[in-house]
Design a binder for this molecule. Sequence first.
Ligand code: DHB
Ligand code: FE
Length: 280
Amino acid sequence: MAELLAGLGTSHVPSIAAALDKGLRDSDEWKPFFDGYVPAQDWVAGHKPDIAVVIFNDHGNSFFLDRVPTLALGVADEYRPADEGWGPRPVPNFIGAADFAWHLADRMVEGHFDPLICRELDVDHGMQVPMELVFGRPDAWPVKVVPILVNTIQYPIPTPQRMWDLGRLLREAIASYPTDEKILVMGTGGLSHQLQGARAGFINPQADREWIAKIGADPARYRAMSREDYVEEFGSEGAELIMWLVMRGCMDADVRTLHQHYFAPASMTGAGMVLLENMR
Ligand code: DHB
Ligand code: FE
């Protein structure tokens, strides 16, 4: 039986990637942000996951507004970094955990989730940035990946409760997978930000800090909130946070927070992470 090693929630802001590309990791502006991830990086490196399931949204790079799947699942052997307008970034290709992905595809359909099944997919900053924040910039990624893509771009986006339920299904899929592989589940996006409209530039550090503090021990409120509540509290793009609920929903009721970090503003967002472990 495969094992859920830990759940990790993190921002996926593209300017984080740009900072790394420009060698600004240790600049006055960025160092406090990146340093906050080091304890979680060390913990993950020490616990050696085999597979990372990464829940993220594509940002008009692999799916444009003409066709937007509410849910999509990668089952490929390999994923290339998407070209987001400046050419593909120099990060290694991601190796797919295709066997587990097909198992998950089957469990999803059996459980009445019906994803777009992707045999070929380029993955954008939504996945690249979290992988770099957790694993640094290796010559080859130390884990295989399974991308789960959620539409948080174009309304109607899925409900928070639906994301939680997908997490419950992922939990069952991990428990029923007959290998002894260790799986890290990564929910990405957020924290508060709004990139458009009258409130462009809106961030809500108080709500972000509360999210970081409560998503482990007391997530009930976040599961019950409406999509509109997310937009109100976290901004139109801050609603990406619903993807952390997949991660939280696949864990036990009782979890311990191993590491947490918050930093604002990073680009136009509140940014940060939590690393959660089931109480055993
Ligand atoms: C930006 C883009 C994102 O996808 C995101 O999650 C946060 C910020 C941006 O362009 O600043
Ligand atoms: Fe995003």
